[in-house]
Ligand binder design. Structure first.
Ligand SMILES: [Fe+2]
Ligand SMILES: [Fe+2]
Length: 202
């Protein structure tokens, strides 16, 4: 994996500990690689750079606000969520310019990062694949482990909720197929059929 854009991974590293980006982003990057196999028409470089850098902004927004504002009923529209997109655009621009990427590539990448959460309607196939790759980690065991704590839910409750939402949150059929495959595997591994409700320890 690190063979793809090792210079960008290195430049992004200072921004990767925030909000479990160093778990979320590598998983999302791998999903982007899988989605690109189904969509050879997409600009591979734009998709991969955008998914790699999309959440850098979380590292420089108010850490407390991530949890107080970043989750909840209107989480996708919260101010802190918009702030992480704008900071992500700023950071990604700096990284790509410093590393000498062409302006056209940089502009296409940051156009996707700007609004990757708050803009619901994708504008291109590259935008669609980034949104899908970003969302798919929630179906992995690691994604469930992290996100069920963020949302104060059991793994089973989180799987139930994301399964209900998954159909209409994915833009591509390839992502829907991956989501179903990952969710079935995760439910099996985490035994969500057996671990129905939390029970107090004896
Ligand atoms: Fe994000
Ligand atoms: Fe993300």
């Amino acid at each position: 994996m690190a063979d793809d854009y090792p210079d960008v991974w290195t430049a992004a590293l200072p921004y990767m500990r925030a909000r479990k980006n160093d778990v979320h982003v590598p998983l999302a990057f791998d999903f982007a690689l899988q989605l690109l196999e189904h969509h050879p028409e997409a600009e591979r470089e734009v998709v991969l750079l955008a998914i790699l850098l999309h959440d850098c902004g979380w590292a420089v927004v108010d850490q407390e606000a991530i949890f107080t504002e970043g989750f909840g009923p209107n989480m996708m529209e919260s101010d802190v969520r918009r702030a992480h997109e704008l900071e992500g655009v700023r950071i990604a621009t700096g990284i790509l310019d410093t590393l000498g990427y062409p302006a056209a590539v940089r502009d296409a990448v940051v156009a996707i990062i700007d609004g990757h959460d708050t803009r619901r309607e994708p504008r291109s196939i590259e935008d669609e694949l980034v949104k899908d790759a970003d969302a798919l980690w929630r179906f992995t065991p690691a994604g469930v482990a992290v996100a069920c704590d963020w949302f104060g839910e059991t793994p089973r409750a989180y799987c139930d909720r994301t399964e209900l939402e998954s159909g209409d949150r994915m833009n591509t059929q390839a992502a829907r197929d991956i989501a179903r495959r990952e969710q079935a595997r995760t439910r099996r591994l985490l035994r969500t059929a057996e671990l129905v409700d939390p029970v107090a320890a004896p």
